[in-house]
Design a protein around this ligand. Sequence first.
Ligand code: C6P
Length: 414
Amino acid sequence: MNVTASTPTVFDVQRIRADFPLLSRSVHGKPLVYLDNANTSQKPASVIEAVNAHYRERNANVARAVHQLGEEATAGYEGARDKLARFINAPSRNELILTSGTTQSINLVAYSYALPRLKAGDAILTTVMEHHANIVPWQLVAARSGATVKAAPINERGELIVDKYLEMLTPEVKLACVTHVSNVLGTVNPVREIARECRKRGIALLVDGSQAVPHRPVDVQALGCDFYAITGHKMLGPTGTGALWAKREHLEAMPPFFGGGEMIREVRFSGTTFAAPPHKFEAGTPNIAGFVGLAAAIDYYESIGFEAIHAWEQQLLGYATERLREIPGLRIFGEAPEKEPVISFLLDGAQATDMATLLDLQGIAVRSGHHCAHPLMQFYDVPATLRASLAFYNTREEIDAFIVALLKVRKLLM
Ligand code: C6P
């Protein structure tokens, strides 16, 4: 997929925007231009209404009550599992653990899959471009087991050096990890190729899919990985929702991470037996309303289709990149040929946070900071960047407004 600023195809973005109530608000007296979608996406009315209707009409706990409300709540929650499984083409709904998000999903793999297997001298391979959620859990379990965490390098354009990654898949590596799409650079990593090489070496691969699922169709079977972690709130769903897809053989071998209600078969003081996956990993009352909302989010994506979404987002990415490149002294971080619509940048002589604050006063919401990717900031030798991250409900006019605001800020700070 090339990043070009071609003529826009017909995509009724105004009709789509009308589905997102928050997009019509103003901020500091200016129309909101929301370009912080990699942080969290906005929600269509159908998602908000699904959550609302759950609490108004069907609120009850799941998998416990035989009464009508309990059955309806369970159907809503389990229905979300079915939809998510289809959404990422999981071979079975029972391979999908519903979690609070990618962070919980990765920690589940760290403590339940990795820790019991790791011993001194073993290693976990990750990359320099990861979010802390795909670094710190590995450091924690490495510290407990005497294993080490290795990080595969990237180049200046923000691409993973794949040959180096594969070279680092040495026999002591017990788990390999990689983000599907970088939250800072937008780089799309060649997950299929990496998975194929991991399989040849008998090494399990975990993919952080947080920034991929909002933008592209994901097929975990075609990717060929072992674990795929996602977050619901970046893909139009409520906060506190997400999932871990894992191959059945791993889930069956993994001990539970959290203990409590709903994850057991029988509890005795002489020993407890556990439910089969996925419930073995879902102790306690889950975020039922959140998953009902996430199911509505998937319906929304499917009503538009990823082909149209991807085409529009790529046009926006190309246009925004081109406009930003016209600004003297502006440096873009992340120039891989295949990118999702995330642009990190800095202006010579200006602090990222000052710029984000001044942009906010003009109604433009972008993120500034390290984006939970310290090692990546260390690689580029910068403390922070500004990041504009786009969604399919953004428009070319919003990008124009962003550029006008940026030029004003530049003038003020120079
Ligand atoms: N990134 C951002 O970039 P949670 O908080 O569990 O929903 O997602 C964590 C996470 C994991 N991996 C990647 C690649 C991510 O981008 C994120 C979240 C946000 O603005 C917040 S740091």
